[in-house]
Design a protein around this ligand. Structure first.
Ligand code: FES
Ligand SMILES: [Fe+2]
Length: 349
């Protein structure tokens, strides 16, 4: 584990750099939360490398299918374990063949007499990891809370639909800010549902939402082009949606869409910091439709919306500034401002 630097919320890069970058990713408090880093299926038969909060990790599944997550560094001579090979749940290092199995235990040292006991220092110092919602979740420290609960995951009338975990060149702080924001809909989502959006955002009242989220409820008129109708379940050109959107610290956002006629549609938006300015993104969807449409088809529209956000956000460098007065806000920024305050408080700033 790298030695954490002091908590710093703002760092000015230099006299010619006008962008103040907040450094958050090495704040030790962030290690005590769960992050989605990979799809379950990616890890099923492969050794997978990921970087979380600046730390390189190796991911693999042992013979019983339990996921193992450890620093990507062999305890012997520090070769990257991601360069190794997995066979029947045992990961062999490519340098001298030391092999690791369940819970990262070293099970073989080819150069040593097998009657010789394997020293404890040969085992991998594993992190907590679990599979939930089709994703591999990792906590680098002591979890202070559980993975956000989605009650509908236990409801048989809903189905869960997965998406790949992809890398965005965007700070997780900007992603969370964006996912809580509705004022950008008519500007950024013009190619999907945003055309019918009114630019004026009604007054937002923040409240605690079910499942431990904090956010707001609102009605929107959304464009419902043919590409959206598989998802919305409605055929009119414009549809009314009742939405609720809220956050769960540090970077989870849940949006629930209820339509007058179509199915309920829950989106869990997950931003995982690789470092300050790069993140993994994935989203999971739950729907109570009649399951007659292929799962993939019901989320194509959501993927198009996500692609629009990515294009926009990758234009904005650095971290969302945290210091008071650094950003101009209007009433539609209330949810994001509430998240920023709670996030800074969480970091100890
Ligand atoms: S460095 Fe991995 S076995 Fe030697
Ligand atoms: Fe968006």
């Amino acid at each position: 584990m790298p030695a954490p630097r002091q908590i710093r919320l703002v760092q000015t890069l230099g006299p010619h750099e006008e962008t103040a970058l907040a450094i958050f990713y090495d704040n030790p408090k962030l290690r005590d939360y769960w992050y989605a880093v990979a799809s379950d299926v990616e890890v099923t038969n492969d050794v997978v490398g990921r970087r979380l909060l600046g730390e390189d990790l190796v991911l693999y599944k042992d013979a019983s299918g339990d996921v193992v997550v450890a620093p990507d560094r062999c305890p012997h001579r520090e070769a990257p374990l991601t360069a190794g090979e997995i066979n029947d749940g045992v990961l062999a290092c490519c340098y001298h063949g030391w092999a690791f199995g369940a819970e990262g235990k070293c099970v073989s040292i080819p150069s040593a007499d097998p009657s010789f006991p394997i020293p404890k220092s040969s085992h991998l110092p594993c992190y907590r990891a679990q599979i939930r919602y089709g994703l591999v979740w990792v906590c680098l420290g002591e979890p202070t809370s559980d993975i956000p609960e989605i009650a509908e995951d236990h409801d048989k009338t809903f189905r869960r639909i997965h998406n790949p975990v992809v890398e965005w060149k965007v700070s997780a702080t900007r992603m969370t800010d964006n996912f809580l924001d509705i004022a950008h809909f008519p500007w950024v989502h013009i190619g999907t549902f945003g055309n019918a959006q009114r630019t004026l955002v009604p007054k937002i009242d923040l409240q605690d939402l079910p499942g431990g989220y904090h956010g707001y409820e609102y009605d929107v008129i959304a464009d419902n082009p043919p590409s959206a109708q598989m998802s919305s379940g409605e055929t009119e050109g414009e549809v009314k949606r009742t939405m609720s959107t809220g956050f769960h610290l540090p970077f989870t956002v849940r949006s629930t869409i209820k339509r007058e006629k179509g199915p309920a549609h829950i989106i869990l938006l997950l931003s995982t910091p690789i470092d300050d300015v790069t993140s993994y993104f994935t989203f999971v969807v739950w729907r109570n439709d009649d399951f007659s449409v292929a799962s993939e088809d019901t989320i194509l529209f959501d993927r198009m919306i996500g692609a629009e956000d990515k294009v926009m956000l990758e234009k904005i460098p650095g971290v969302l500034p945290f210091e008071h007065g650094a950003l101009a806000n209007t009433q539609s920024d209330k949810p994001s401002t509430a998240w920023r305050l709670k996030f800074v408080e969480m970091l100890g700033g």
